[in-house]
Every structure is written in structure tokens, then in C-alpha cells.
Design a protein around this ligand. Structure first.
Ligand code: ZN
Length: 415
């Protein structure tokens, strides 16, 4: 028996070590176990900014650039690193910056071009990437070793004032909309805007939430003002998501993080909060470092997304690593568990969207096992970890689909 176990430990070291309790494992065994869980469980990430980062870096997805999507040193995501980290379904953010809110609906051409980028990735690399419009699609793709690229839109500005645009976006594959970004738009008020244009949702915004419920599109409350948040909680017939938001408790000035009461409310509504990795949203000390970097960039006349600016930023971050680590993210997860419970936590890293400013230990998509190891050490069970990796998001997403089914049936009966 001992020999068998030794043999199994040699050949299937992971499986044998997983029989041990976590407290009995060496660091190496824990690492292998966390890696095994990352491979075994579906990992969905609520927010990855690849499409817009490609725009910023002037990369057009084409046969000439497709290898960049397989393996690259640019940014935090590619196919090979996804496989290594166990990532199955990064939500591709169709991000519409505030400058595209000059007129309602003005951002639709940008949205189209970003969705085209995602479609082209799948078209050019069909053996590696696949579209996904449901949790079931993601399951099936994962079984074939493919990374799913579901889409969520960050900022509802391109919807304009035409509810039919929602159907168009849904048909193209958008499965959540973050109602706004850093400024109030035609739908609702934003957390980083002090104008309070609507005191929450606009009248049109209320119709948008209802139509998203009917279509089966998740309502994302990341970035919205508190007033908007509470109105969505009351109005939405299906649970909501925060695709990339952390806890205000640890960074009180980060108004786009969720207060304890908001965490409790979204939990009671059945939703999920997917933790954002951006250090300034995780710990109040991180914003001091960011301000210092901005000051030095300005002093030197350098800008992000230029070779000199990016090199300077990289060097500054290496020399000033800050105190935010994977443990900080795990603290946020602990906090949500304490307030709302294990059924309301997910991951929404914001990879490729934060200029490489990330917690130590979570530098790119290879690091999901590092977070899992931290959770194992804190006593999280396999079942808990699976819920955080994707189970909670999928429960919400499936509920949104079933609410849509019944609303659609209702409207047919009324006819
Ligand atoms: Zn964002």
C-alpha cells in the first residue's frame, strides 16, 4: 500500500497529495494541488481588456498578427498563458471610453470594431479560441481544450436611445453591459462623476434594465453610482453582477468599489461580485504610489503607450513594488464571504486594462493557481473554490437566462 502510494505520488503526485489535508502539505505539494484545481475547475474571469488594449497598441487581428494571441510578452493574456493558469473563459471587454459619449450612440462603431476583433481572433484560431453565449458553451469549449471568449460591454453609451440596439448587441454575443463607465451617460449616473445627472437611472435606463432582463443579458453594476446600484437592485427581475469591483472597506476613497451594505444587498439579490485586481481599488496606500508615478511621468514629459513611457513605468514598478499582493485579493474574498457568503464571489481581474499595475503574485493569467493556493491555506474547500472560479457566475448567468425565458413567454401570452 505504501509502495502503491509512493508510486502514485511519483506518477500522479498531484492526486496523491490532494488526499492529504492542506495543513499537512509542503509548499510544493500545495502549489501542485492548486495547479490541479485550476486545471480541473472552469475559471471564468469577468473582465479582460484585450480588445481595447489591441487598439491602444495598434494591433489589428489578422493572419500576420495571430501568433501574438497565442504567445506574447505584451499585456497579461494570451492562449498559452491561459492554458498554464487554467483560464477557460475571460470575458472580453468591449470597452467604450467616456470620450465616445459625445452624442448618444456615437460609440457603436467602436463597439462594432472591438467585437470584430474578438470574432477575428476566433476565426483565425478556431482550434484555440471559441465564442460562448452561455455557460454551457463554455463547458463544451473547455472540454475541447479551447479558451472561450464571451463578451461584455463596458459602458452602455453605444445603445444610444434605441432599445433595439440591445437586441443587436445581444445577437452579436454581448452577454453583459456595464451600464456606464467613469461619467454619467444616457442610462445612469457613474460612481466617479459628481454631477448626479439622473439621481440613479434615467427613465431610459429603467427601460434598458427591463429590456436586458427580457433578452437575458446580465446587468453589470461595476462603475455605477450608489444611487444607480440601489435602483437596479430594486428594478432588475434577475440577479446582477459586478464584473470587476472590489470592497470599499479596504480603499474607502475608491467610490467604484462596493460598500459593505452594497455587498450585502447584491448577495441578498442573488448576484455575484467579481474582484478587481487593480491595486488602487484593493488598498488605499496603492493610490499614493500611482500618484507618484503620474508626477514623475509628467515631470519627464512621458506618456503611457509610448515605448519610452512604458519602459519608465515598468522600471518604476520594479523599483516600487508596493504592498499589494495576492493576499490582499484574498482578504477581499474573505470580506465578501463574511458579509454576503461564499455564493456571491467571483474573479474580475481587469487584466490588460490597468497598464500592468497589478498585485504581486497576480501578474498575468498564469497566476490563478497562486490565488487558489492562498484560498486553500485560508481553509476554503474545493467546493468553495469552484464557486469562486466560475460556479457563482454561472449560477447567476443561468438564472438570467431562465428569467428571460419566462419574461419572453409572458409577453407572448399577453399578445
Ligand atoms: Zn472598468
Amino acid at each position: 500500500m505504501k509502495y502503491l502510494c509512493l508510486l502514485a505520488l511519483t506518477i500522479f503526485g498531484i492526486q496523491c497529495s490532494s488526499k492529504k489535508s492542506v495543513t499537512e502539505m509542503s509548499e510544493e505539494e500545495l502549489k501542485s494541488y492548486a495547479h490541479e484545481l485550476a486545471q480541473r475547475f472552469i475559471i471564468a474571469d469577468g473582465h479582460v481588456d484585450l480588445p481595447y488594449m489591441l487598439v491602444e497598441k495598434n494591433v489589428v487581428v489578422s493572419p500576420a498578427t495571430k501568433d501574438t494571441l497565442v504567445s506574447t510578452t505584451m499585456g497579461e493574456f494570451d492562449f498559452e498563458r491561459s492554458r498554464k493558469g487554467g483560464l477557460d473563459a475571460p470575458f472580453m471587454s468591449i470597452y467604450i471610453p467616456v470620450k465616445f459619449q459625445q452624442a448618444p450612440g456615437y460609440g457603436i462603431s467602436l463597439a462594432d470594431s472591438l467585437m470584430d476583433q474578438v470574432d477575428n481572433i476566433i476565426r483565425l484560431l478556431p482550434e484555440k479560441f471559441a465564442a460562448a453565449k452561455t455557460p454551457e458553451d463554455i463547458d463544451q469549449n473547455a472540454r475541447q481544450g479551447k479558451v472561450s471568449l464571451p463578451m461584455g460591454m463596458e459602458n452602455g453609451s453605444p445603445v444610444g436611445t434605441d432599445l433595439n440596439r440591445l437586441q443587436y448587441l445581444f445577437d452579436r454575443g454581448i452577454r453583459y453591459i456595464t451600464l456606464t463607465h467613469n461619467r454619467d451617460n444616457q442610462i445612469c449616473d457613474a460612481s466617479n462623476d459628481t454631477t448626479h445627472t439622473w439621481n440613479g437611472l434615467s427613465p431610459f435606463g429603467r427601460d434598458v434594465v427591463a429590456e436586458m432582463n427580457r433578452l437575458g443579458m446580465m446587468v453589470d453594476i461595476s462603475h455605477v453610482d450608489d444611487s444607480t446600484f440601489y435602483q437596479v437592485m430594486k428594478l432588475s427581475k434577475a440577479p446582477a453582477i459586478a464584473s470587476h469591483s472590489s470592497c470599499r472597506h479596504f480603499a474607502p476613497k475608491a467610490k467604484r468599489d462596493l460598500s459593505d451594505d452594497m455587498i450585502k444587498t447584491i448577495g441578498e439579490q442573488g448576484g455575484v461580485i467579481m474582484i478587481n485586481y487593480y491595486p488602487n481599488f484593493l488598498d488605499s496606500t496603492a493610490s499614493v504610489l500611482s500618484a507618484e508615478l503620474d508626477r514623475r511621468l509628467k515631470e519627464k514629459g512621458l506618456e503611457e503607450n509610448t515605448p519610452e513611457g512604458d519602459a519608465f513605468i515598468k522600471k518604476f514598478r520594479q523599483e516600487n513594488p508596493g504592498s499589494v499582493t495576492v493576499e490582499t485579493v484574498a482578504n477581499h474574498i474573505d470580506h465578501i464571504r463574511k458579509i454576503a457568503g461564499i455564493n456571491h464571489i467571483g474573479i474580475g481581474s481587469d487584466y490588460d486594462g490597468v497598464g500592468g499595475n497589478l498585485p504581486r503574485g497576480l501578474e498575468d493569467v498564469t497566476t490563478y493557481p497562486t490565488l487558489i493556493a492562498s484560498l486553500l491555506k485560508r481553509g476554503y474547500s474545493e467546493e468553495d473554490i469552484e464557486k469562486i472560479c466560475s460556479g457563482n457566475l454561472f449560477r447567476v448567468w443561468n438564472k438570467v437566462i431562465s428569467v428571460s425565458d419566462s419574461l419572453r413567454k409572458e409577453s407572448v401570452t399577453k399578445l
